[in-house]
Design a protein around this ligand. Structure first.
Ligand code: SF4
Length: 409
């Protein structure tokens, strides 16, 4: 596609390429790094130096081989037809474009990003973030014609990344806030995203006002903006169709989407249940709802949780069970923002069926948790295994365990 222009090739054939630890020259972000994020901002064209790429902190070659480093990736874009609303859509394109680059792997989003560079691509000459920035500018400019100006900044100085992260979190929070008032009943269209099919070919995200995409990076408004920007792109409008099951969140439009985009692997999807026909999970989900059979209830674990969950497995093991574009009963990849949805696991008992979650998530989502339940959900500070969990739930009289919660029919 770009022979001779850059040291390595660019093209969709490189999507889905996984880089093992032993093959990597360096990784930025990922589970071993606390501070990392990516952010796209729309700016006034006058504020942007077109095609400028800046690296603040050491560059790739200055870091030890096979090391994990902090990163902030900032892309600033200007154009008279670009509006603020489009920022999350352009930001999600980083996942697509970085994975187009030979020997580059990009996973996750926002404050969870994970970028790896393969040794052979480094040896071919992709040895500076400046080159990576030039490649991103090339991809953005050639794929989205309403971009008039673009500049890219990589920050690898850990203290600076840490300093800027709270501001990025505010931006993400404001985007999520915007979508909270809208309901599935208010719209005629949902949006589908196929961006992760390179890693999970039968996975398709169905994005509704009450179910933000698994990665947490695309809500219903973002889906709408993305479709308007690029009607032939990876995000498509889906006619909602008839509602077949209001409790489980089953719609004819979502079923049709599942059938077509999973290549026949499944033909039914419940948007708000972890049982029977749950929404599929690729690998970019922010958290997992996992079934705990001993208490017939769910735990939640997020990507950054270190150590074992209450069932004795860490996030990575559960992610393996959940991912791959399959419908796995009892394992649901979700965005954390979905915890704020009025339809969160509606068919299965919602928040009242949750019995364990990391302390940090419990605190961050206190506003979404029913007040009478907050102290009855165990964390890693309360219990360490299922035996202790059973004892805890009995002691605090968790309403699900006491049989006080009736499932909607
Ligand atoms: S998780 Fe879903 S919405 Fe997010 S990029 Fe992947 S397919 Fe698209």
């Amino acid at each position: 596609m770009t022979e001779g222009v850059f040291p390595v090739d660019i093209g969709p054939q490189y999507e889905g390429e996984v880089i093992r630890k032993t093959d990597m020259r360096i990784e930025f972000g990922g589970p071993n790094v606390r501070s990392k994020f990516e952010l796209v901002a729309i700016k006034e064209p006058a504020e942007i130096v077109h095609e400028k790429v800046e690296v603040v902190g050491p560059d790739i070659a200055e870091f030890p081989e096979e090391s994990s480093q902090p990163i902030a990736l900032l892309v600033e874009i200007g154009g008279s037809r670009l509006e603020k609303d489009i920022e999350p859509v352009l930001e999600r394109r980083l996942h697509l474009y970085l994975n187009y680059i030979e020997g580059v792997y990009h996973m996750n989003q926002r404050q969870d990003i994970w970028i790896r560079l393969r040794k052979d691509s480094f040896n071919k000459g992709l040895n500076s973030l400046k080159i990576l920035g030039d490649m991103l500018i090339f991809l953005y400019s050639s794929e989205i014609d309403i971009i008039e100006k673009i500049q890219v900044t990589f920050i690898t100085d850990g203290s600076k990344v840490e300093e800027l992260l709270p501001r990025a979190m505010q931006v993400y929070g404001a985007r999520d806030e915007k979508a909270r008032g809208l309901r599935e009943a208010d719209v005629e269209e949902f949006y589908s995203c196929a961006l992760c099919q390179s890693f999970a070919p039968t996975h398709i995200c169905c994005i509704t006002p009450e179910r933000i995409a698994n990665c947490g990076a695309i809500n219903w408004f973002d889906g709408k903006a993305a479709y308007q920007l690029d009607p032939e792109g990876p995000i498509q409008a889906v006619k909602k169709g008839e509602i077949l099951d209001a409790v489980r969140g089953e719609y004819t439009g979502a079923n049709q989407l599942a059938l077509e985009k999973s290549m026949g692997a499944y033909n039914k999807v419940y948007l708000h249940s972890a049982f029977a026909y749950p929404h599929t999970s690729c690998g970019c989900f922010q958290a997992i709802c996992f079934y705990i059979p001993e208490v017939d209830a769910f735990g939640i674990v997020h990507r950054d949780f270190e150590g074992d969950t209450v069932i004795g497995a860490p996030f990575t093991t559960l992610a393996g069970d959940t991912s791959g574009g399959r419908q796995v009963e009892g394992f649901l990849g979700i965005a954390l923002e979905y915890l704020r949805s009025p339809s969160f696991l509606k068919a299965d008992g919602g928040w009242y069926r949750i019995v364990w979650m990391p302390q940090i998530i419990k605190e961050l989502f206190r506003d979404a948790c029913p007040m009478d339940l907050y102290d009855k959900i165990a964390t890693e500070n309360d219990v360490h295994n299922v035996e202790e969990l059973v004892e805890f739930l009995d002691r605090v009289e968790h309403p699900w365990v006491k049989g006080e919660i009736k499932l909607p029919v």
